[in-house]
Design a protein around this ligand. Structure first.
Ligand code: NAP
Length: 333
């Protein structure tokens, strides 16, 4: 095999905004496999906001990436060599080989992908980790009831887009919050949300009030910061807040202090942070239902695809700045 393995390593821990110089791109030989192992050529790398946390040494729910180590990340690809009895050359697999072209595995943590008639990339998005995150957060923590109002931030993104569409399927009023007219038009016209508020217009309080005339029963939180504060002010008694992410704070040196936190007490709100990897037993049901809804045309998705592993750092920086429009991927082949 003449091709090299190209890897993206963490070169330094960013302070504040991530820069391309925080990464280092290296070429290494394609790894050899031993008995019981298989070699995968990755086709797509998933870029996800959680990777910002892995670049930091701050205490978190998962270990940081060490300096000069390959950046972590979900991948889909194809087995190109196998000395493992459970895998054959040509099998498509979902793995976590990180920001690189090739990965070696003994099968641990690897999923052989069933043929569902969807593109390989979808296993990193709508029928992958982000889709399951939307499902678990909304269904298990949000517990939507028909007629309720569900608001979700980062509404055009990988998680938010699925949250709103499931909310509709469950008979709720779905309201998105997103940045810019294009994203908002997509959320309402393509995804079928009832309304979408463009927070970049700078009048979130007024526009949200119009979009949720009956208040908010469930707020699926993806962004944190001032958006969270303004939503808190419109929560209904006994509302639920699945706290999924705080992307507006991931690069922040001074975290934003919530002013409307009293709403949680006054309205007896149940707020629960969650991490999807704690919910593996829910994975099968989530994927089965989302795949079914996709087949029925009730769940749609969109992807932003960067081309080539060398462009992963810039695409990741773009994701943290809202430049992606839908699930952010890097095509590696
Ligand atoms: N808890 C879990 O297990 C889990 C799992 C997956 C994801 N998450 C979290 O879920 C959230 C969404 O992730 P995703 O993969 O679906 O990403 P995504 O929504 O596809 O992309 C991120 C989006 O966040 C928005 N954003 C970025 N900076 C912002 C800011 N300062 N203020 C408001 N919005 C901002 C941008 O959308 P706009 O252009 O609309 O602003 C951007 O497109 C993230 O917080 C992520 O960490 C959590």
């Amino acid at each position: 095999m003449t091709e090299k393995n190209i890897q993206v390593l963490l070169a330094r821990r960013p302070e504040g905004e991530v820069r391309t110089s925080d990464f280092k791109i290296v070429e290494t030989p394609v790894p050899q496999i031993a008995d019981g192992q298989l070699l995968v050529r990755n086709h797509y790398l998933s870029l996800d906001p959680y990777m910002r946390g892995r670049m930091s040494a701050a205490k978190s729910y998962a270990q940081s990436v060490d300096i000069d180590q390959v950046m972590v990340g979900g991948t889909v690809g194809q087995v190109v060599a196998s000395k493992h009895s459970g895998y054959q050359v040509g099998d498509h697999v979902l793995g976590a080989f990180g920001w690189q072209l090739y990965g070696v595995s003994d099968g641990t943590g690897l999923t052989k992908l069933a043929e569902r008639g969807v593109p390989l990339s979808a296993y990193l998005g709508v029928i992958g980790m982000p889709g399951v995150t939307a499902y678990v957060g909304l269904m298990d923590i949000g517990q939507p009831k028909s007629g309720e109002t569900v608001v979700v931030s980062a509404a055009s993104g990988a998680v938010g887009s699925v949250v709103g569409q499931i909310a509709k399927i469950k008979g709720c009023r779905a309201v998105g919050i997103a940045g810019g007219p294009e994203k908002c038009a997509y959320v309402t016209k393509e995804l079928g949300f009832d309304a979408c508020v463009d927070y970049k217009l700078g009048r979130l309080t007024e526009d949200l009030a119009k979009a949720v005339p009956n208040g908010i029963d469930i707020y699926f939180e993806n962004v944190g910061g001032p958006i969270f504060d303004k939503v808190l002010a419109r929560m209904n008694p006994f509302g639920r807040i699945p706290l999924c992410g705080l992307i507006s704070q991931y690069n922040a040196i001074e975290p934003y202090g919530l002013k409307n936190i009293g709403s949680i007490l006054i309205n007896r709100i149940r707020l629960q942070g969650f991490i999807v990897s704690d919910h593996f037993p829910r994975w099968t049901e989530a994927i089965k239902n989302i795949a079914q809804w996709m087949q029925e045309g009730r769940i749609k998705y969109r992807e932003s695809v960067a081309q080539g592993i060398e462009n992963a750092p810039a695409a990741f920086i773009g994701l943290l700045a809202g430049k992606n429009f839908g699930k952010q991927l890097v095509k590696l082949i």
